[in-house]
Design a protein around this ligand. Structure first.
Ligand SMILES: [Fe+2]
Length: 155
């Protein structure tokens, strides 16, 4: 991918994903029909980390990690401290799997390997809708799409 497509936004290298690509996936198409979305690819260079934060400009994203599964990690905490140890939980991304990501929980990313690429389908305009409600609706949409797909192939 040419270097110049990447922009640094809020300290993250990001590039936009076109509608032509999004429309290839029936699930993303169905989400797009219901929500305002911003599809991006995020990139984290080798041997870097993105420190503890909550996202400033978005609350809910549907994420799929595209590579570097064994060489990077994303962790969450509810009790961050600068002075003592605290509990963390890892979000272990599996290949080819979407995760509904609550960007308002404290999280950080470390990358020990090659450049890490994350597809991130940001849902916009839903600041006042509780995260769990949005997550449930994304699961419903997925079930509907899978059902339609099964009906198509069994017909
Ligand atoms: Fe983040």
């Amino acid at each position: 991918m040419p270097e110049e497509v990447w922009e640094v936004k809020l300290g993250f290298m990001v590039t936009f994903v076109s509608d032509e690509i999004i429309d290839l996936d029936p699930y993303l198409r169905a989400i797009k029909a219901q929500y305002e979305v911003l599809p991006v690819l995020l990139c984290l260079p080798p041997n870097t980390c993105y420190p503890w934060h909550t996202d400033e400009t978005r609350r809910t994203a549907l994420n799929m990690q595209l590579n570097a599964h064994d060489q990077s990690c994303c962790v969450f905490t509810k009790e961050r401290s600068d002075e003592e140890f605290f509990q963390i939980a890892e979000l272990k991304y599996q290949p080819d799997t979407y995760y509904v990501f609550n960007t308002q929980e404290e999280h950080m990313v470390m990358n020990f390997g090659e450049t890490r690429y994350m597809f991130s389908f940001t849902l916009k305009g839903i600041r006042d809708v509780p995260f769990r409600q949005v997550a449930a609706s994304l699961i419903d949409i997925q079930a509907r799409v899978l059902q339609a797909d099964t009906a198509d192939t069994s017909a």
